[in-house]
Design a protein around this ligand. Structure first.
Ligand SMILES: Cc1cc2nc3c(=O)[nH]c(=O)nc-3n(C[C@H](O)[C@H](O)[C@H](O)COP(=O)(O)O)c2cc1C
Length: 326
């Protein structure tokens, strides 16, 4: 067992988190993560409506008695999203831990605080972590440049970002971005974090509700198997490298190209249908991080979490202890 500020303050057995994942963060996966003794976040917007989210929370509760949370990703969208209604559904359903991401969560914090909900704000820079701390969140999750999804525009990897945050942030810190095994967990604790957050690694588990072909692609890929898209629009996304991501990169590289030139290729709905549902990993854009280089199998969530905790213990007691003792 590993005991950290995170396990104590959040009442979670192991210092391991499964962050919100569009289309992937559904009840099957999040209940399995909870049953493994880690903390998973159902992804609110994936459920379509606040009512859909309430149904998914209820469905998750039929699969686990253990705590789980909800991710609320706050992003500018073309169609307005009823964030306040999603927030109220989270509160009404009795969820006690929320992961916010994207924009500043401050407008939602008073309602969460009044309901006793602890907010973990996920961000990609020390300055945003400090702003979240000033706003009153309970913890920060910090994504290094290696991560899947939106690493921001600063390009600072976790090896620098996590200790830089630990030097300045007084809250529990969850280190995120290409963690996949017990060596990473031990390293995160050494860098000053209190837990690790994983996305890509949890995609390649038995319970992840995506097509097996995508899971196998994650196993087959190595650490170079990602592309950074949309840099030109200052909305960088790290995605699995495939035929579509390469096409988008080529169009983006043309000096006068605009987003309209890639919109049909970049559609998230297209990627989800082609890859996650129909099993064609080259059929559209889908999200994955550099952790692919550390993924060699498709275990259950229970196998994965216990393996990571055991390996972290072995690293701390064995390898690090041996270095100290000579
Ligand atoms: C398929 C996928 C979808 C994701 N969707 C979201 C999302 O909707 N909201 C969010 O806050 N983070 C999202 N993320 C980011 C994860 O929560 C997490 O921060 C990230 O995956 C950590 O990096 P890693 O994949 O290298 O472990 C997504 C990640 C993946 C792999």
């Amino acid at each position: 067992m590993l005991f950290t500020r995170f396990t104590r303050e959040f009442g979670v057995e192991h210092p391991i988190v499964c962050g919100g994942m569009t289309a992937v963060g559904r009840a099957e996966l999040i209940a399995a993560v909870a049953n493994a003794g880690a903390l998973g976040f159902l992804t609110a917007l994936t459920q379509g409506t606040p009512e859909g989210l309430a149904r998914e929370i209820a469905r998750c509760r039929t699969m686990t008695d253990r705590p789980f949370g909800v991710n609320l990703t706050i992003l500018p969208t073309i169609e307005p999203v009823p964030y306040a209604e999603f927030r109220d559904a989270i509160i009404d359903c009795g969820i006690t831990i929320v992961e916010t991401a994207g924009n500043d969560p401050t407008p939602h914090l008073p309602a969460f605080a009044a309901a006793g909900v602890k907010v973990v704000h996920k961000c990609v820079s020390v300055r945003h972590a400090l702003r979240a701390q000033r706003s009153g969140v309970a913890a920060v999750s910090i994504d290094g440049f290696e991560c899947a999804g939106h690493p921001g525009e600063d390009d600072v990897p976790g090896l620098v970002l996590i200790p830089a945050a630990a030097d300045q942030v007084g809250l529990p810190i969850i280190a995120s971005g290409s963690f996949a095994d017990g060596r990473g967990l031990a390293a995160a604790l050494a860098l000053g974090a209190d837990a690790i957050n994983m996305g890509t690694r949890f995609m390649a588990t038995v319970e992840a509700p995506i097509h097996d072909n995508v899971k196998r692609r994650l196993v087959d890929a190595d650490e170079r198997g990602t592309d950074l898209l949309y840099r030109k629009f200052r909305n960088t996304a790290r995605v699995a490298r495939n035929e579509i991501s390469q096409q988008i990169k080529a169009i983006e590289a043309q000096p006068d190209s605009t987003f309209a030139d890639i919109a049909h290729l970049a559609s998230g709905a297209r990627g989800r249908k082609a890859a996650y549902e129909d099993g064609d990993p080259d059929g559209g854009v889908w999200t994955a991080g550099q952790a692919q280089g550390l993924i060699h199998d498709i275990p259950t969530c229970a196998e994965l979490v216990s393996r990571i905790v055991d390996q972290a213990g072995d690293v701390i007691k064995g390898r690090l202890g041996a270095a100290l003792n000579g």
